[in-house]
Design a protein around this ligand. Structure first.
Ligand SMILES: [Zn+2]
Length: 328
């Protein structure tokens, strides 16, 4: 079962989150593998998307925010896009597009940052948006301060957290075809709650990299090996790393309350998309085939609209006659 474990270090301004995605992650891979249009992910992309999925769950569970968190990588290599979306209730979905073949040994740079043009974005989309309100979005390149290409996706996010949050963060991520897992250790902001979208106090900036307790705990966390993260259970991971620390652990989130696969695509949303294409475009598709067919890249659902359905879609967009303005 997929699970999240949150904990605090007693007496130190440091918090941690450990996430282990099993069934949720396998469901994403299973749907992709059975999608005849795309087929299974090449192993390096599978592992990158798994690390991104674990990271997105870590970030979503680490912030106080009522809305979807979308983590995206826009690549300049064979992988053009990798995207993970985590809802406030921890429903999650992920997908990636790749062109051509990827060697099994492909690195992060070879997949998404060939010419240092790759970007990572984190978008916070509020559940209920005020009129005119835009989702918050932060962007970081896939290179460090001296334009050196970052080797691990965890480095990208650590860089992001330092730049945008002024928060020391240590991330360990790992994924294979059975598990996507991650550990996040973060120094607590000195005043107020951590806020991904907000500005941080000067005091936080000044304290970067200097807090003794954080540095000790971060070193321990960074010693966690990929294999350990993929094979040990949560208790074993936390004991292995922090047996000398006093941990205050919260009740784990698992089952329906924990991370789970969920896609909120629907026939109505696809109908709106066809509406957006316009009647002429839809008609030209129908001249070539009996149905307009739209597949969801996240879950593999296929939506089909025949000529009658399409006519209905555009009939509904006819503006109401004058005097009928109360109908919405
Ligand atoms: Zn879907």
């Amino acid at each position: 079962m997929s699970e999240i474990h949150k904990f605090l270090f007693d007496g130190a301004p440091v918090r941690g989150v450990l996430v282990r995605l099993t069934d949720a992650w396998r469901e994403i891979l299973r749907r992709r593998a059975t999608n005849t249009k795309h087929g299974a992910y090449p192993p390096p992309l599978q592992n990158l998307l798994g690390e991104m999925t674990a990271a997105a769950v870590l970030l979503q569970s680490n912030i106080k925010f009522d809305g979807a968190l979308v983590l995206q990588v826009f690549g300049d290599g064979p992988v053009k896009l990798a995207v993970v979306e985590v809802q406030p209730g921890l429903g999650l979905r992920a997908t990636a597009t790749v062109s051509g073949t990827l060697p099994d040994t492909a690195t992060l740079s070879q997949m998404v940052n060939v010419d240092n043009g790759g970007r990572c974005t984190i978008t916070l989309d509020p559940q209920t948006r005020q009129p005119g309100q835009q989702p918050y979005q932060g962007v970081v390149p896939l290179c460090g301060d001296s334009h050196e290409k970052l080797k691990n996706f965890s480095d990208v996010l650590q860089h992001y957290m330092l730049q945008s949050e002024q928060l020391d963060t240590t991330l360990v991520l790992a994924a294979d075809d059975q598990m996507a897992a991650g550990l996040l250790i973060q120094r607590l902001p000195q005043q107020g709650a951590g806020n991904l979208a907000g500005t941080s106090a000067r005091a936080n900036e000044d304290a970067i990299g200097k807090h003794e307790d954080y540095r000790r705990i971060a070193l321990l966390a960074a010693s966690l090996k990929r294999e350990e993260l993929l094979t040990l259970d949560a208790d074993a991971v936390l004991h292995r790393l922090f047996w000398q620390e006093k941990l205050l652990r919260f009740e784990p989130l698992q089952g329906a309350a924990g991370p789970h696969f969920s896609c909120h695509c629907s026939r109505e949303r696809v109908a709106k998309m066809i509406q957006g294409l316009g009647a002429d475009e839809a008609a030209s598709v129908l001249q070539e085939r009996p149905e307009v067919e739209v597949g969801c890249d996240f879950c593999g659902a296929q939506y089909r609209f025949d000529a009658v359905d399409v006519a209905q879609i555009f009939k509904e967009t006819v503006p109401p006659p004058p005097g009928d303005a109360t109908l919405h």
